[in-house]
Design a protein around this ligand. Sequence first.
Ligand code: SAH
Length: 209
Amino acid sequence: MTSVRTRTRMIERLRAQGISNENILTIMGQIPRHAFVDEALAHKAYDDFSLPIGFAQTISQPYIVARMSELLYAVPKHNKVLEIGTGCGYQTAILAKIFKTVHTIERIAGLVRNTRDRLNTLGVHNARLRHADGSKGLPELAPFDAIIITAAAPIVPEHLMDQLSIGGRLVFPVGDADQELRMIERLDEGFTETRLEKVKFVPLLPGIS
Ligand code: SAH
């Protein structure tokens, strides 16, 4: 059920869906997605769905994780990444293979606790988890070579642009019912914004719980 074959099928599907970065495909083939979801759902872990992870939150479908990871992989420096919305830590584990250090923020205490244990068990030791409202980013540790938000902001989070290093990318979903994936890139001077595909994420919420 959670065999290597199921994982291989997921990689083949990602390739067919247009994911072409071999490093991302290799990393996603190495990370046991079933270890991030409830045991009762483990048999569905490699299908292309989002799945519940408790606390009314979801783990994104493999395609969108791959897509966002591929966009971040293209930045010139792989030193420091910021993730807003740790959830079950699946995206975190992928980022931890791409970047030297991952700073990740989650607003739900129970998820932080579970995910910290899970990542330790899986031997992911370069991710720093924080229980906080991540919507303002982490100005005290900026600049980041990349920033990813895995919950949908109601409006473009322009205040995070200043936390990017030159060449850095901010990848995020924006909108409420109708959401779109976007990317802001920091150039030597100024920024560019690219509109990508339609997506469906849980909302970015204020405060902690
Ligand atoms: N990348 C995650 C996706 C989790 S869903 C994964 O692979 O599992 C998005 C997560 O963002 C949820 O866990 C939610 O609690 C969290 N979140 C929402 N608003 C937030 C905020 N303001 N700060 C930090 N985390 C937030």
